[in-house]
Design a protein. Structure first.
Lengths: 103, 297, 233
C-alpha cells in the first residue's frame, strides 16, 4: 500500500456541505470522499492505493483536476485499487459535480 | 416513482436512498467517520471508508425503519470484523428503538477471507442478533437483488429472517458454484453454465421451492412496494413453527431428494411447463406459482 | 479424540450416545439429577441437508420431551457439504433451521454448550456450536476457515505474507488459539473434561458477549467498540 498527499492552490470556494462519496473500491476502481477542508485557499488530496510507484502519474492527474475545477477549502480522500488515470479523472469529476456551489 | 430503476445496478448507498422515503435516510458510521478495517492494509489491500456496508435509519411510508445494505463490489460484500459489527450494532439498536422493520439488503459472498476468523464469528453474532430482533416481534426483512448474490454466512442469516425477498436476477445459497466446481469438478457443478447456476440457486427456483417468500423483477420500486407491505409483519418463531419446518424439510427430502435437476423438482410440485420457467418474468412466475404449485412449503 | 473416547472421558459408562451415519445423538448422566442431551457429528462430517436436519430433529426432541434439559453440541466437521444437490435442495435453509432450533432451545431455558472436539472447518459449525450459549474446544482441535495455501490462491496474496502476518494477527489464520483470542471460543478444555462441562453448564450468561470477550483478550479489538458506536449513533 502507498499513501500520497498533495495540497494544491485553488480559489473556487464552496459552501459548507455534507461529505460526498463516489465510486467503490473494486478491482480497477476507486472511491473518492470529498469533504469541506480547513484551508479555503487549497484543495488537499490524500490517496491510499494498492498500486505503489505511480506517484508521478497521480500528481499529473491531480494537477489536471485542480486546474479544471480550482477548488479551495476542499479535502479529497481516495481509496484506490489500481484504477487507470482515466477512471480516476472520471471519479474526481463526478465528485466535483456533486459539490453544491455558491450562486 | 422511478421509471424502471434497476436494483442490481445501483450501489449499496443508492439502493438505501432510493428505497426509503426521500430525504429520510440518516447514515450511521458513514464514510466520513472512516471506521475502516484495521487488517486490510497489512495485506496490501485498500480499505473502504464504510467497510463495505451502509447502515442507518430512515422512514418508509412514514414509518421508522433501520436499514443495512452490503456493497457487493467491495471485497465481494464479504463480512469482516467492522462490517459484521456494524450489522450486529444495527440489530441490537433495533431492540432499543423498535422500528417497524429492519431491512437487510444482502449482497455477499459470505465471510471475508482476509478476515476469515473475525468474519466467521461475526456471522454467528449477526445470526443471534437477527433471531433476537425476530423474537422481539420486530420483522427482519432480507432484500436480495444484487449481482453477487447472497452466499455463505449471509445465506444462513437470510433464512433466519422473518421474510426473504428476491429478484429473479438474484441468487441465494450456501456455497457458490465455483467452490463446488473446485472441490468436485465441472461434472458436479459447471459454474460457467449460467442457466444451471440460476436454476439451482436463483430467485425463481428459491421462490418455487418456498425458500424466498416474494419474487420481484430487478426494479427498485418493486422492492420498495414489497418492503412497505412487510412493515410490522413480524413472524415470531414458535416451537410449532420449528416443528412444521422440520416436517416440511423432511418431506422435501423424501419427495424430491433424489431429483437431479430443478426442472424435475418443479414438475413434481405441479409446474406443468418447467422448461419455460427460465423465460418467464417475475410476474408470470408469481401467477404460475399461485395457480400450479402445490405443497412444497 | 474420537467421539467414543470423548464420551468415556466426559461421562464414563453413564451414557447412551449412539451414532447414526455422521450424526451422534443421545443422553448422558452428569450426576444423579443431571441428564444432558448430546447432539453432534463425527468423522469430520460434511454438513449436508440430511446431517443438518437430523441434528435439528434431536434438538427439537429434547425441547419437546425434556424441557430445560441441557444440551451438549459436539462438533467435528470438515465444513458444509460441497455438492450441487445440497444447494439445489436449499442447504442454507436446512443449516439455518438447525441454528434456529439451537437458538430456540437456548431461548426456552435449555443451557446449550458447544464443544469442538476434533475439527471445525469452513462454515461447518456456524449454525451449531457457534449458536450455543458458549462454544468450547479441546486444545488439539483444528479450527479454521481455510488453509493458508488455499487462501493465498483465492486472495492472490503470497503465502509468505500470510504466514508472517498470522504470527501477530489472529484475524484470518487457522488455529484454535486464534478463536479463543477473538472470543469465538470461550475456553479450552483439558484435564478434567467432566468438570469443564459442569462449569460450562453452570455459567448463566444468555447475552452474546463474544465481541466484548474478543476485545478483552485483544484478538478482536474493534468489534465491540463498533457495536457500541452504532448503539449511540
Amino acid at each position: 500500500m502507498e499513501t500520497l498527499e498533495f495540497a494544491l492552490e485553488g480559489r473556487q470556494s464552496v459552501p459548507e456541505f455534507e461529505a460526498i462519496l463516489v465510486g467503490v473500491v473494486g478491482s480497477g476502481n476507486l472511491e473518492v470522499l470529498v469533504e469541506k477542508g480547513p484551508d479555503p485557499t487549497r484543495c488537499t488530496y490524500s490517496i491510499h492505493t494498492s498500486a505503489a510507484g505511480f506517484g508521478a502519474i497521480w500528481a499529473a492527474v491531480i494537477q489536471s483536476f485542480q486546474a479544471r475545477h480550482q477548488l479551495g477549502g476542499v479535502a479529497v480522500s481516495i481509496n484506490d485499487m489500481g484504477a487507470t488515470p482515466a477512471v480516476v479523472s472520471l471519479r474526481l469529476d463526478q465528485a466535483a459535480a456533486s459539490i453544491p456551489r455558491l450562486a | 416513482m422511478n421509471p424502471h430503476l434497476s436494483f442490481a445496478e445501483l450501489n449499496a448507498r443508492e439502493r438505501v436512498i432510493q428505497l426509503l422515503d426521500p430525504g429520510s435516510f440518516r447514515e450511521m458510521l458513514g464514510p466520513a467517520e472512516r471506521i475502516v478495517s484495521p487488517h486490510l492494509s497489512l495485506l496490501g489491500v485498500p480499505y473502504a471508508f464504510d467497510d463495505g456496508v451502509v447502515i442507518g435509519s430512515g422512514l418508509l411510508q412514514n414509518q421508522p425503519v433501520l436499514i443495512a445494505a452490503q456493497e457487493g463490489r467491495f471485497m465481494g460484500g464479504g463480512v469482516g470484523e467492522v462490517h459484521g459489527a456494524k450489522l450486529v450494532g444495527l440489530l441490537q439498536r433495533a431492540l432499543q428503538v423498535r422500528p417497524a422493520a429492519v431491512f437487510v439488503l444482502a449482497e455477499s459472498g459470505g465471510v471475508r477471507l482476509h478476515e476469515a476468523n473475525a468474519g466467521l464469528i461475526a456471522v454467528s453474532e449477526v445470526m443471534r442478533a437477527v433471531l433476537d430482533v425476530r423474537a422481539a416481534g420486530i420483522p427482519v426483512v432480507m432484500l436480495i437483488g444484487g449481482a453477487n448474490g447472497c452466499f455463505g454466512g449471509m445465506g444462513l442469516i437470510a433464512r433466519c429472517a422473518d421474510h426473504v425477498v428476491m429478484s429473479d436476477q438474484a441468487r441465494m445459497s450456501m456455497s457458490g458454484p465455483e467452490v463446488i466446481e473446485s472441490s468436485h469438478g465441472v461434472e458436479e457443478f459447471d459454474s460457467r453454465d449460467r442457466a444451471l447456476v440460476w436454476r439451482t440457486t436463483g430467485g425463481k427456483h428459491r421462490y418455487l421451492m418456498g425458500d424466498c417468500d416474494w419474487l420481484v423483477e430487478d426494479d427498485l420500486d418493486a422492492f420498495r412496494d414489497v418492503a412497505i407491505a412487510l412493515l410490522g409483519q413480524s413472524k415470531v418463531l414458535t416451537l410449532q413453527n420449528l416443528l412444521d419446518e422440520q416436517r416440511m424439510l423432511t418431506d422435501r427430502l423424501s419427495q424430491v431428494g433424489d431429483c437431479d435437476e430443478a426442472t424435475e423438482i418443479w414438475r413434481h410440485f405441479g409446474v406443468q411447463t418447467p422448461d419455460r420457467v427460465a423465460d418467464m418474468d417475475a410476474e408470470q412466475l408469481r401467477a404460475l406459482n399461485a395457480s400450479q404449485v402445490k405443497g412444497i412449503s | 479424540m474420537n467421539w467414543q473416547a470423548l464420551s468415556l472421558a466426559l461421562f464414563g459408562e453413564l451414557h447412551a450416545i449412539a451414532r447414526t451415519g455422521d450424526v451422534i445423538h443421545g443422553t448422558a448422566q452428569l450426576g444423579p439429577e443431571l441428564t444432558i442431551a448430546v447432539v453432534g457429528t463425527a468423522d469430520h462430517a460434511a454438513i449436508g441437508v440430511e446431517t443438518a436436519l437430523a441434528q435439528a430433529q434431536f434438538v427439537l426432541d429434547t425441547v419437546v420431551n425434556h424441557p430445560g434439559r441441557p444440551i451438549l453440541l459436539l462438533v467435528d466437521t470438515q465444513g458444509q457439504r460441497l455438492r450441487r444437490r445440497d444447494e439445489l435442495l436449499g442447504l442454507n435453509r436446512y443449516m439455518a433451521h438447525l441454528g434456529c432450533c439451537v437458538d430456540f432451545a437456548r431461548r426456552s431455558g435449555h443451557r446449550v454448550v458447544g464443544l469442538v472436539y476434533d475439527q471445525a472447518l469452513s462454515g461447518g459449525f456456524i449454525t451449531s456450536g457457534l449458536m450455543a450459549d458458549a462454544c468450547y474446544a479441546l486444545p488439539e482441535a483444528e479450527i479454521r476457515v481455510m488453509r493458508i495455501p488455499a487462501m493465498s490462491r483465492v486472495t492472490k496474496i503470497s503465502e509468505d505474507l500470510l504466514e508472517a502476518l498470522s504470527l501477530t494477527n489472529p484475524v484470518f489464520a487457522p488455529g484454535v488459539a486464534n478463536y479463543v483470542a477473538m472470543g469465538g471460543i470461550q475456553a479450552l478444555w483439558s484435564g478434567d473434561l467432566k468438570q469443564d462441562l459442569l462449569d460450562a453448564l453452570a455459567a448463566t450468561n444468555t447475552v452474546d458477549a463474544r465481541a466484548t470477550l474478543g476485545a478483552e483478550r485483544g484478538g478482536r479489538a474493534l468489534a465491540a467498540r463498533v457495536v457500541q458506536q452504532v448503539l449511540v449513533a
